[in-house]
Design a protein. Structure first.
Length: 32
């Protein structure tokens, strides 16, 4: 990974993880 743009990539990755976690939680609640 190119660390020159690390800050932006880290934020983007965090946003993606947040979306995935939110989707997973919503799915789990619906399945419950």
């Amino acid at each position: 990974m190119c660390f020159a743009h690390g800050g932006g990539l880290i934020k983007a990755a965090a946003d993606i993880h947040t979306r995935i976690n939110s989707t997973t939680t919503d799915t789990a609640k619906q399945a419950a």
